[in-house]
Design a protein around this ligand. Structure first.
Ligand code: GLC
Length: 411
C-alpha cells in the first residue's frame, strides 16, 4: 500500500529539484553582479520583488546567491533612495517602463528587501553582509516614507498599478479611468501614459503625480509594515539606534493609518484620493494583512471563515482566487485576453497567505494552500499563473515564483 507520508515526501523532493534547477538556469552575470531572471524567455531582466522572493528561497539553499541577488538589486538605487522595479542589465525589447531613466524602470515595487535580508540573516547569519546592505535599505524606506506620503498621513502611495506588483488588478480600474470592458492593450496604454506623466513631473512623483494616479494599496502598505519591522531588527542588531527608531515608529504609524482609512466591513480595501475613497473590488487584499498581523484574532477568524474558505468567492479547487468569483471583472483564465491579475492563482499571493495564516495559527488552511500549490506545479509546471478552476497554466514558462513553495515548509 502507498504510504501517504512517503508520497508527500516524494512530491516535495520533485518540486525542490525542479525549483532549484529553474533558479539555477535563470541565473545571469553582468560584470560583477549576479541575479536571477523570473523567466528567461518572458522576463529577461531583474525585477525587484521577484529578486526578494529568490533571495528568500536561496536563503535556505544557497545563501551566497541570496547575498548576490540582493547586492545586485540595490546596485542601481537612485540618488533619492528609490530602488527601481526593473533593471535592464542587457539591452532587449521589453523597455516598457524605461523612459527617461538609464538602464532601469522609473517605478518601484512592493518593498520586500528588508524582509528578504532579515530572513537571509536568520538562516545564514552574516553581520558584515547586513552592514554592507543596511545603508541602501535605510535610504530606500526613508524615500518611501518621505516621498510617497507627502501629506504625512502615514500611508504610502503608488503612482502606477505596476508598482503594486499586480499590473492589471481590477482594484485599480477606477483610479486608472479604465472602463469595465477595456481591452488589455488599452489598459497597458493607460499605465504607460502614467509613466509619461511621471516624466513630465521630472520623476519627482510627489510634485505632481497626485493629479494622475496615487493609490494607497493594501499589499504595498502591508509589505511596508512587515519590512519596516525587519529593518528595525536589522538596525537593532547593528546598533543603529536612529534607524531602529525610524523603522519601528513608521511600522506602527502605517499599521494605525491602515486601520483608520482602509478597514471596513471586516476587511481591508485599497484607497485613493484625498478622502480615502475605498476601492471596493473584492480581491485577495482581504487576506494579505494577515501577513503583517493587522487583524485581531476575532477579525481573522471572520476573514478566514467568511472569505478565504468561501467557494462562492475566493476558495477554488486549485487555490485562492486573486479576485473574487463574484466580481464582474473575474477572469479565471485571464491570459487568453492578456489580463493576468483578474482572478488567476499566483504563487506569491499563495506564499503571503500561507505565512499570514500560519501567523494566526491556521495551519490546516495554510498547509492546504501549500499542498494545492505543489499539486499545481506538478500538474501544470512552473508557469506564471494558473486557472483556479481547471489548473490550466498561463503566461511565462520556467517562472521562478513556484520556488516559493520551498519556503512554505516550517523548518
Ligand atoms: C509581471 C508581474 C509582476 C512581476 C513581473 C516579473 O509583470 O505582474 O508582479 O514582478 O511579472 O515576474
Amino acid at each position: 500500500m502507498l504510504d501517504p507520508m512517503a508520497f508527500d515526501h516524494a512530491k516535495r523532493e520533485a518540486i525542490q529539484r525542479q525549483a532549484l534547477q529553474i533558479l539555477k538556469e535563470n541565473q545571469r552575470w553582468s560584470g560583477a553582479y549576479r541575479y536571477t531572471l523570473p523567466s528567461a524567455e518572458h522576463y529577461p531582466y531583474q525585477w525587484l520583488w521577484d529578486s526578494c522572493f529568490h533571495a528568500i528561497v536561496y536563503a535556505r539553499f544557497d545563501p551566497e546567491m541570496a547575498r548576490a541577488e540582493l547586492t545586485s538589486l540595490v546596485s542601481k538605487q537612485f540618488a533619492d533612495g528609490m530602488i527601481p522595479h526593473i533593471i535592464y542589465w542587457t539591452p532587449g525589447i521589453l523597455h516598457l517602463f524605461k523612459w527617461g531613466v538609464e538602464g532601469t524602470s522609473s517605478l518601484t515595487q512592493p518593498p520586500m528587501i528588508a524582509y528578504a535580508a532579515w530572513e537571509l540573516h536568520r538562516r545564514a547569519p552574516d553581520i558584515s553582509f547586513l552592514e554592507s546592505i543596511y545603508p541602501a535599505l535605510l535610504s530606500y524606506y526613508r524615500f518611501l516614507v518621505d516621498k510617497r506620503d507627502s501629506r504625512n498621513h502615514h500611508l504610502i502611495g503608488i503612482i502606477n498599478p505596476d508598482e503594486s506588483g499586480e499590473d492589471d488588478s481590477p482594484r485599480f480600474d477606477f483610479p486608472l479611468g479604465a472602463k469595465p470592458d477595456i481591452s488589455y492593450e488599452d489598459h497597458l496604454e493607460l499605465r504607460k501614459k502614467l509613466v509619461d506623466e511621471n516624466r513630465t513631473c521630472d520623476f519627482d512623483a510627489e510634485k505632481c503625480m497626485r493629479k494622475y494616479f496615487w493609490v494607497k494599496d493594501v499589499l504595498f502598505n502591508t509589505v511596508m509594515v512587515e519590512n519596516l519591522r525587519a529593518l528595525g531588527h536589522i538596525a537593532s542588531l547593528l546598533k543603529h539606534g536612529d534607524g531602529e527608531h525610524f523603522a519601528n515608529l513608521n511600522a506602527t504609524l502605517i499599521a494605525e493609518a491602515m486601520r483608520e482609512h482602509m478597514f471596513e466591513d471586516g476587511v481591508y480595501w485599497s484607497v485613493a484620493g484625498w478622502n480615502y475613497k475605498k476601492l471596493r473590488v473584492a480581491t485577495w487584499m482581504h487576506f494579505v494583512p494577515l501577513f503583517a498581523g493587522l487583524y485581531t484574532s476575532e477579525e481573522a477568524e471572520k476573514v478566514v471563515r467568511t472569505h478565504l474558505t468561501n467557494t462562492d468567492t475566493f476558495s477554488a479547487r486549485y487555490g485562492i482566487r486573486t479576485v473574487s468569483k463574484r466580481e464582474p471583472s473575474y477572469l479565471p483564465g485571464g491570459f487568453k485576453n492578456g489580463f493576468t491579475w483578474r482572478g488567476p492563482v499566483w504563487m506569491a499571493p499563495h506564499w503571503f497567505m500561507y505565512h499570514g495564516l500560519m501567523r494566526y495559527g491556521y495551519s490546516a488552511e495554510a498547509e492546504h494552500i501549500r499542498d494545492v500549490s505543489v499539486e499545481l506545479l506538478l500538474r501544470s509546471g512552473f508557469r506564471e499563473h494558473f486557472n483556479p478552476e481547471t489548473a490550466e497554466p498561463g503566461g511565462a514558462k520556467n517562472f521562478t515564483w513556484g520556488a516559493l513553495v520551498l519556503d512554505m515548509f516550517e523548518e
